[in-house]
Design a protein around this ligand. Structure first.
Ligand SMILES: [Zn+2]
Ligand SMILES: [Zn+2]
Ligand SMILES: [Zn+2]
Length: 158
C-alpha cells in the first residue's frame, strides 16, 4: 500500500484464473473455499459493474436453483473484503471482485454515472499522497477511498 509495493509482481487475473487465485488466497488464510463461497465469487466476478448483496443473491439463486438469502451473501462478501478477494465501491454501495487478490492496494475506481461501468486502477503514488496528507493532518492508519464519477467511453465517446 505504500511505495515499497512498486516493484512487486502485479498480476491482474480474470475468469477461471481469477477464481483460482481467489481460492488460493482464501485457503492460504485458513478459510474454506466452500461451494457457496465459490458460487458467490463466480456471481460477483460475472458482473461488469458493482453488485449489491441482493444482486448477487439473485444471481446465485438462479444458478443454484434454490433461494439464497442476501444475508448469507452479505456475510461472505464481508469475508471476501477482509481477505482481499473483493472490494467495496463506497459511492455505489456495492462490491466488485478484486482482480489482484495477491497484492494489496488502495484501489481507485472510476464509475460511470450513466451505465455504472466501473474501471479499477492502481496508482500507489496517488493514494500514497492521500495517505501522507492524512497523516500530516494527524490521522492515523488512513485508508484512502478514491472514487471518480464521470461518463465512460461507451456512454460519451470522445
Ligand atoms: Zn499489485
Ligand atoms: Zn486494485
Ligand atoms: Zn457508461
Amino acid at each position: 500500500m505504500s511505495t515499497k509495493h512498486h516493484h512487486h509482481h502485479h498480476e491482474m487475473h480474470e475468469g477461471e484464473a481469477l477464481a483460482s487465485a481467489a481460492q488460493d488466497r482464501l485457503t492460504e488464510q485458513g478459510e474454506q473455499w466452500t461451494a457457496m463461497r465459490a458460487a458467490v465469487f463466480d456471481a460477483l466476478a460475472g458482473f461488469d459493474k458493482p453488485a449489491s448483496a441482493y444482486d448477487i443473491a439473485e444471481a446465485v439463486s438462479k444458478t443454484e436453483g434454490r433461494r439464497v438469502a442476501a444475508n448469507s451473501v452479505y456475510r461472505i462478501l464481508d469475508l471476501f473484503v477482509g481477505a482481499n478477494l473483493a472490494r467495496r465501491v463506497e459511492s455505489a454501495n456495492a462490491y466488485v471482485a478484486n482482480a489482484h487478490p495477491d497484492c494489496l492496494h488502495d484501489c481507485i475506481f472510476l464509475i460511470c454515472d450513466s451505465c455504472g461501468h466501473t474501471v479499477h486502477i492502481d496508482d500507489d503514488t496517488l493514494s500514497g499522497g492521500v495517505r501522507a496528507a492524512a497523516e500530516h493532518a494527524g490521522f492515523s492508519a488512513p485508508r484512502p477511498v478514491i472514487e471518480v464519477r464521470g461518463r465512460c467511453g461507451d456512454c460519451d465517446p470522445a
